[in-house]
Ligand binder design. Structure first.
Ligand SMILES: [Zn+2]
Length: 417
């Protein structure tokens, strides 16, 4: 396998797919401009939906490639675990209109096996096995077999159907490429769709061949292909590291955070390592949200609330690790330096980003101070408290559960189950 750093991998991706006829386009803002149903752009295809459905003609043609910034906070509590981030970049390729399935899949296959030199025998592919919606996806099976993929590496699943999406209700079968890490099977039922960590999804190709109208499928007048991969996940694989926090880019940030922890024995505890990763991830996400072409600032609703929550979670972890807030300036500047090449607004908004995070820090600290007094009053003269009541205090005052628990113990209050 070739070992490229994240920036080299991005360059190789564009060089290769441009040779295959795809035109490089810029990623879109993290703030969706045409769809109010989501707060942040959740996927690369999202800003391109009007083109994929044939409603609009893309000025750069019908074969496109880009890297899209996305923010997803649905699993924010899992950030710090091996494969969860709030901000990440996605490689994406699209074909709008008629396409040749075998050619599409062959281009992806060659990228993974020839350019990145991922061993073929470790790649497994899923395809749509058929359901009451649609028959088994025979043309995908045939295309993969013509490319040279062995039959025992092709795995049918009912999950391989995407959509319907958007007002046009586009949908169709997809095929996914997985990497077998070589780990032991978790059970005799373990297969490519198992989420035990043995198999890692690398690439997803969706064939939007249909629209779903009046309860039934209709052949689309403008079929399209949407495919892509997570930049960090692919980088982790080719760099031979176990988690996305160990890729060259994230590793720099996590190491910087760890170096700010004065009591080094704290770093022997996996919970504290998780907190270091949370700080790295959340600050990176905050910088990219504030430094986007359409800036968001912390507030109590919508996008602003999500940003506020992310910054405050980073501050909580910082406090718990005993890291001084002074180090934020250094970290934020490093994040801007690392990502400004692909995100030119970061450099233009450098001072602004520092100011927004600093203002939120001061506001949060003041609020915490006031709310700690209020909680202290509520705990006074209490004999016992339940977990639910502690959570209610957290929801009401925003003071982290760990801090409330410490106060409970200090006041010698019994914790009920
Ligand atoms: Zn398994």
């Amino acid at each position: 396998m070739k070992n490229f750093d994240v920036n080299e991998l991005k360059e190789i991706f564009f060089n290769y797919f441009q040779k295959c006829g795809y035109v490089k386009i810029e990623g879109s803002s993290l703030v969706p401009t045409t769809d109010n149903s989501v707060l942040f752009t959740p996927a690369g295809m999202h800003p391109l939906i009007p083109y994929l459905t044939g409603q609009k003609k893309h000025p750069k043609g019908n074969k496109l490639a880009n890297i899209q910034n996305v923010v997803r906070t649905g699993a924010i509590n899992k950030v710090g675990e091996d494969s969860f981030l709030t901000f990440f970049e996605l490689f994406g390729d699209w074909i709008i209109g008629q396409y040749n399935k075998q050619e599409v899949l062959s281009d992806v296959w060659k990228f993974l096996t020839n350019i990145l030199e991922i061993p073929e025998e470790q790649l497994y592919i899923t395809y749509f096995e058929g359901s009451d919606i649609h028959d088994k996806d025979i043309s995908t099976i045939n295309s993969w077999m013509n490319i040279g993929v062995k039959e025992n590496h092709l795995c049918p699943t009912v999950k391989n159907w995407k959509g319907p999406y958007s007002s046009e209700k586009i949908c169709g079968p997809n095929t996914r490429i997985f990497y077998d890490t070589g780990k032991e099977k978790c059970s005799s039922n373990c297969n490519v769709t198992c989420n035990c960590g043995k198999y890692v999804e690398l690439w997803d190709v969706v064939f939007f061949d249909y629209t779903y109208k009046n309860g039934k499928l209709e052949k689309s007048i403008s079929p399209s292909v949407d495919m892509g991969a997570g930049v960090e996940r692919l980088a982790a694989l080719i760099q031979g590291v176990n988690t996305i926090y160990e890729t060259d880019m994230m590793n720099i940030l996590v190491n910087m955070v760890e170096s700010q922890v004065e009591e080094k024995e704290k770093l022997l505890d996996s919970n504290n390592i998780k907190k270091c990763r949370i700080i790295a991830d959340h600050l990176r996400c905050s910088c990219l949200i504030i430094g986007d072409e359409i800036s968001t600032i912390p507030s109590n609703k919508g996008r602003g609330y999500v940003l506020r929550k992310i910054i405050r979670r980073a501050i909580n972890s910082t406090d718990q690790l005993g890291i001084k807030y002074d180090s934020y300036e250094f970290l934020i500047n490093k994040i801007i330096d690392m990502y400004k090449k692909d995100n030119p607004f970061l450099e233009l908004k450098r001072e602004y980003i520092l100011n927004v995070i600093n203002t939120e820090y001061n506001l949060y600290k003041n609020t915490l101070k006031k709310n700690l007094i209020k909680i202290e009053k509520e705990l006074k003269n209490r004999n016992n408290i339940s977990n639910e009541e502690i959570n209610n205090l957290f929801n009401r005052y925003g003071v982290p559960v760990d801090i409330i628990t410490e106060m409970v113990i200090k006041n010698k209050i019994l914790m009920r189950r």
